[in-house]
Design a binder for this molecule. Structure first.
Ligand SMILES: Cc1cc2nc3c(=O)[nH]c(=O)nc-3n(C[C@H](O)[C@H](O)[C@H](O)COP(=O)(O)OP(=O)(O)OC[C@H]3O[C@@H](n4cnc5c(N)ncnc54)[C@H](O)[C@@H]3O)c2cc1C
Length: 427
């Protein structure tokens, strides 16, 4: 049996592990899924993960759960069986098992807080008896064959090596990076840590750098504090609200139309619906607050000036502007290529050969195939977080985790075996 190793026990790992569990329980061949996690299942949705205080709410509907859209394409003739079996791990089944389904409906189906979403993921992990290795992946190597060697360090510093046929990277990397090492410039991890301990520095003029989901959650928190002004700094002309009508959402749930769009059309969809946009819920909570403003520009310099910080904002067609703040939150988000730091030199070289040049975001993004893996590498390297442009805007987020798991698990040997089993069953 092939082994797929997943770095990070977030929604993507759970989606793939649950689908593999279901396929095998229905008698179909699927890779064994092993998940390595540095903190806890759903760690990035808990205060300890550094991306949230756990109290803020999911932007998307929780019904976009690990099986969504429940439209499996894995095995002809058995797909509805797979969908029904996956429903055992849905958000609504989680609520039914915990006796809170009716209350959730009666309260108008509210988006759950992030820590509740983590509980849902932990419930899935327990229900499928997830094969979990607790520890931080700190080195990845792709051997001469098609196999991956992954070094894991546990909480006591003990090191172990795991071997796998396929490797899937998840999550946005670390949140502890800030544009300047200064007590009044907070990384997003520091911001949530201090917000949770109620020790945010007193400030009257705050700035949040970044107009995406990370910045949106930070703003949602900052407006609860006493401040005179809160500025959101982003390079776009305004703060866009995510397009959330049926037409936009359906492109996320079902990427089948994506392949027919031009590169420019794809960029357009992502710009209007995903990158650097606030969810409708966050935007609505900010609209009524006259302390919140938008400043356009890229922050190119931060200079401490006594108690305050002077931020230089650059725009292509205008002279630089300097604005003063006494608290700055760096909410520019994760680093898409964070996992490259884990690769040894030989693996990085092999990846360069596979993508045809230096390892840039654009080059890797365009190398992602239908199975959400980099094309041309002997061992499969699944990068769903980088699959938006090539395969569909829903793959990096929570929009089509069921489709994601179908594609990742459709490895050649698994498909071949499923074909053999189908043929045997029809005899
Ligand atoms: C504040 C915030 C709110 C968001 N809200 C939404 C939303 O409502 N809807 C939506 O669709 N998207 C949302 N997103 C985007 C969201 O990040 C992704 O949709 C989704 O969580 C990614 O899931 P994942 O499985 O890739 O990773 P994550 O849930 O981020 O999990 C990654 C895991 O990897 C672990 N890890 C990291 N490094 C290592 C290592 N070296 N070794 C071992 N383990 C490691 C982490 O501890 C973490 O548990 C939000 C993002 C943020 C920051």
């Amino acid at each position: 049996m092939e082994t797929l190793l997943v770095v990070g026990a977030g929604p993507k790992a759970l989606a793939v592990a649950a689908k593999s569990h279901v396929l095998r329980s229905l008698g179909m061949a699927a890779p064994r899924v092993v998940v390595v996690e540095a903190h806890a299942v759903g760690g990035n949705w808990l205060p300890t993960g550094g991306w949230t205080d756990g109290q803020h709410r999911l932007g998307t509907s929780p019904e976009k759960d690990i099986g969504f859209p429940y439209h499996s394409t894995w095995a002809r003739g058995r797909n509805r069986d797979i969908d029904h079996a996956m429903a055992a791990f849905s958000w609504t089944t989680f609520l039914i098992e915990h006796g809170t389904y009716a209350e959730w409906i009666d309260r108008g189906r509210p988006s759950p807080q992030h820590h509740v979403w983590a509980k849902y993921l932990q419930w899935v992990a327990k229900s499928i008896d997830l094969e979990l290795v607790l520890g931080r992946v700190d080195r990845i190597s792709h051997g001469d064959g098609a196999q991956w060697q992954v070094d894991v360090v546990d909480a006591d510093g003990a090191r172990s090596e795991l071997t796998a046929d396929g490797l899937m990277i998840t999550g946005p990397g670390r949140s502890s990076r800030a544009l300047l090492d200064h007590p009044r410039v907070l990384s997003i991890a520091e911001f949530w840590d201090r917000a949770g301990r109620r020790t945010l520095p007193a400030a009257s003029r705050a700035a949040v750098i970044g107009g995406g989901e990370t910045g949106g959650s930070a703003l949602d928190e900052l407006v609860r504090h006493e401040m005179l002004t809160i500025s959101v700094i982003s390079p776009l002309a305004t703060l866009y609200t995510r397009g959330e009508s049926f037409f936009e959402n359906s492109l996320f749930s079902d990427p089948v139309k994506w392949a027919a769009l031009s590169v420019q059309e794809r960029r357009d969809v992502i710009r209007r619906t995903d990158r650097g946009v606030f969810s409708v819920r966050v935007q609505e909570s900010l609209l009524g607050d006259n302390r919140v403003h938008h400043l356009q520009g890229r922050v190119t310099k931060i200079a401490p000036q006594g108690e305050s910080l002077a931020l230089t904002l650059s725009n292509e067609l205008r002279a630089d502007q300097v604005h003063n703040f006494d608290l700055v939150v760096d909410a520019t988000g994760g680093q898409p290529l964070w996992f490259l730091d884990l690769f040894d030199q030989r693996t990085a070289d092999q990846l360069e050969l596979a993508v045809g040049g230096a390892l840039t975001q654009t080059r890797i993004e365009s190398s992602i195939g239908y199975d959400l893996a980099v094309g041309g590498l002997a061992g499969k390297l699944y990068l769903p977080n980088m699959a938006a442009m090539a395969q569909g805007p829903g793959f990096p987020n929570l929009s089509c985790l069921g489709e994601l798991s179908d594609r990742v698990l459709q490895t050649q040997p698994a498909r071949a075996r499923a074909g053999v089993e189908r043929a045997a069953a029809s005899r």
